[in-house]
Design a protein around this ligand. Structure first.
Ligand SMILES: [Zn+2]
Length: 354
């Protein structure tokens, strides 16, 4: 063999091997970005700002009224990126005005029960508070962290210190990130950490728990709640742009965005609160508005998804459940969700293995 040919072969062989690996690999190298926006109502997501709440000086700073009215008239004005997903082959669902339906299946309608349901695929009726109790249930993040190919590849960020308990970092071995902090509107720092992690650590699974929407809503600040939604949308768009610009993520990453619970749907101050009648009965002092009926509407949620695992033609009918998100996330990663928990909710109809 002439040296020239040998050199050519040596050059070709590794690239052929790499090409072969590339065609074999995609199903094994699927990735997931999961973002939650705490207590964000479908009403603002789809309808846009409620004019009555914008006009009410109790809820919208009178200095801000005009700016809010001019900036955001519709849902797509508030969250343009999420509303662009259907045109990109994705799904945005939960708009009850057009007959869509998605809801939590836990009986509490607040955060810990909601995150537990999202991350484990089933409600746990024993979780009746947001207290810092180590979660007895195994989240799909913890399960993945012990699967081949995923160890150390699961990163979670959030600006609520209860997340560490929900993930049970003590047992799960999931890294505790500096993003876990006190529950104040500080999520810009969480966003910074998450963007840096995507760029530098390139985890296969990235979870980001954003909380400012719920914080501002409890404070009764409607303008700031809308502003947080708008900023979250920008952040999610940036995460997605960054992922699509990176060959490690491009074409093999599924994005899922959802919320742990809705908020009260009655007119007046109910939007500031959330929780079922049972939740109010268990802890009446945990609520600033006394209403033994609880806050109907706060069981209603929504979800957005985009990526190779998402098939918008298969929207299905009936009401989607929060308990279906874990199996959807695992399917998007090419994993057998039944091996995680055969009793979890089945994947959402529009999500399947890529
Ligand atoms: Zn809340």
């Amino acid at each position: 063999m002439r040296p020239f040919l040998l050199a050519l072969l040596l050059l070709l062989v590794p690239s052929l091997a790499a090409a072969q690996a590339a065609t074999d690999q995609p199903a094994d190298d699927q990735r997931l970005i999961l973002v939650t926006m705490d207590g964000t109502r479908w009403q603002e997501l789809f309808r846009g700002p409620d004019p009555a709440l914008v006009a009410d000086p109790h809820f919208t700073d009178p200095d801000m009224t005009e700016a809010v009215e001019k900036s955001w008239k519709t849902g797509p004005d508030v969250m343009p990126f999420l509303h662009s997903l259907p045109a990109q082959g994705g799904v945005l669902t939960g708009n009850r005005d057009v007959g869509q339906c998605m809801a939590v299946t836990n009986p509490m309608w607040f955060s810990y029960p909601g995150y537990n349901e999202i991350l484990t695929g089933r409600p746990d009726p024993a979780i009746t508070s947001n207290d810092k109790i180590w979660n007895r249930n195994i989240t799909f993040l913890e399960w993945l962290n012990h699967r081949p190919g995923f160890a150390g590849q699961v990163l979670a960020f959030g600006n609520w210190d209860v997340f560490a308990y929900i993930f049970n970092t003590q047992r799960s071995g999931l890294p505790v990130n500096p993003g876990f902090g006190t529950r104040y509107p500080t999520e810009t720092l969480t966003m910074r950490f998450a963007l840096d992690a995507l760029r530098e650590k390139k985890p296969r699974v990235l979870y980001v728990g954003l909380g400012d929407t719920d914080e501002f809503a409890h404070m009764g600040r409607y303008d700031a709640y809308l502003g947080a939604m708008n900023r979250d949308d920008d952040f999610i768009a940036e995460l997605w742009r960054m992922a699509q610009a990176d060959p490690v993520y491009r074409g093999k990453t599924t994005l899922i965005v959802t919320t742990d619970h809705g908020r009260g749907a009655k007119t007046g101050a109910a939007w500031t609160e959330h929780g079922s009648a049972e939740a109010v009965r268990l802890d009446p002092h945990g609520f600033t508005i006394a209403d033994p009926a609880g806050f109907p509407g706060s069981e209603q949620i929504w979800l957005a998804a985009l990526g190779p695992a998402v098939h918008p033609a298969a929207q299905g009918s009936g009401c989607l459940g929060q308990n279906q998100i874990a199996a959807s996330a695992l399917s998007a990663l090419g994993q057998d969700w039944k091996a995680f928990d055969a009793g979890a909710g089945a994947p959402l109809p529009f999500v399947s293995k890529p």
